[in-house]
Design a protein around this ligand. Structure first.
Ligand SMILES: [Cu+2]
Length: 327
């Protein structure tokens, strides 16, 4: 009986770990109620991180179970009552070699996928799009240097603004929803240049579902890359303790189809050009006209994203309903 329990314990522990790590309990792009594991992976890097996480967990649990069983065995088999005359052995060459070599092998087994993952994270494939994220106290700005260098501020939405969106059936989670989302096309390599206000402090640009986490350091440009293979909304938060409103400077990246991205970026670029023209315009009437044009274009861009958001929220709700239906 004892042997059967002892043999099935590691299997049960491993099954638990697999359950905990399964994406069924983890949402994608944002945390979910009762979540047990990492957020779902949307990029190859995040998928590799999760695979490594699961693999490491298996080794950790196996070691913990092995040591616990060994201790239980020693406690019962070699206590004073069951073993009144202890052995006087002080050395066992084979055992000593084994407990040196086995941990080395375990470390080697861990280091190989670890280095492979590190290499992938820093491989920087040729970028289809580059964006620049700058951390301020306490909000972000995001720019598109390849597309006429238009940029915008990203700030957290307050409850009133969130409720307005929710009323329109657009998902807007508390402490995560932002006013201006970063928009990127699906299945494209995006390089993110990350820095911070030269007069500010260190922040960190993080999107868990992308496996992206990089420090935003004043006066220095760091880089991360991601290639989202799914459309949707992906949230992250500043992950460097930066001060008073550290908890209230979320990042929102909306991954959309190529056509939607093209339409949005075209409107944003045109708005940027209109804004520049207005600044250089001496004639008051023309300047006002240009500014009105800019406002209209920004509105158009916002509408494009609103439609995409509506569609994505609808798709998610449909997916949730079909997943909840009994089969
Ligand atoms: Cu911060």
């Amino acid at each position: 009986m004892l042997r059967r329990i002892v043999c099935s314990a590691p299997a049960a522990a491993l099954a638990l770990i697999f359950l905990a790590a399964s994406s069924a309990w983890a949402g994608m792009g944002q945390p979910t109620q009762g979540q047990m594991s990492l957020q779902g992976a949307a990029t190859p890097v995040a998928a590799e991180i999760q695979a490594f996480y699961n693999f490491t967990n298996i080794i950790i649990v196996a070691i913990a179970v092995f040591v616990a069983l060994l201790m239980l065995y020693v406690m019962f088999r070699f206590n004073e009552r069951s073993n009144p005359n202890p052995s006087r052995t002080t050395h066992n060459t084979l055992l000593e070699v084994a407990w040196t070599v086995v941990p080395i092998l375990i470390l080697v087994a861990l280091s190989i996928p670890s280095f492979r993952l590190l290499y992938l994270q820093y491989s920087y494939p040729k970028a289809d799009l580059t964006i620049k994220a700058t951390g301020y106290t306490w909000y972000w700005t995001h720019g598109y240097p390849d597309l006429g260098d238009f940029s915008f501020e990203t700030r957290m939405l307050d409850d009133a603004a969130r409720e307005e969106l929710e009323a329109e059936n657009i998902s807007a989670p508390r402490n995560l929803a932002v006013d201006n989302e970063v928009v990127v096309p699906v299945n494209k390599v995006v390089n993110v240049l990350v820095t911070a206000d030269p007069d500010g402090v260190i922040h960190n640009w993080t999107i868990p579902s992308f496996g992206s986490k990089v420090d935003a350091v004043p006066g220095r440009v760091n880089t991360t890359w991601f290639k989202s293979t799914v459309e949707g909304m992906f949230y992250g938060q500043c992950s460097e303790l930066c001060g008073k409103d550290h908890a209230f400077m979320p990042i929102g990246v909306r991954v959309v189809s190529e056509e939607t991205f093209a339409a949005w970026s075209e409107a944003m670029q045109a708005a940027n050009t209109a804004g520049k023209d207005a600044r250089g315009e001496k004639d008051k009437t023309k300047r006002r006209e240009k500014l009105r044009e800019k406002k209209e274009l920004l509105k158009k861009a916002k509408q494009i994203i609103r439609e995409a958001a509506l569609q994505q929220t609808g798709n998610r709700k449909l997916a949730e309903v079909s997943a909840a239906e009994p089969r």
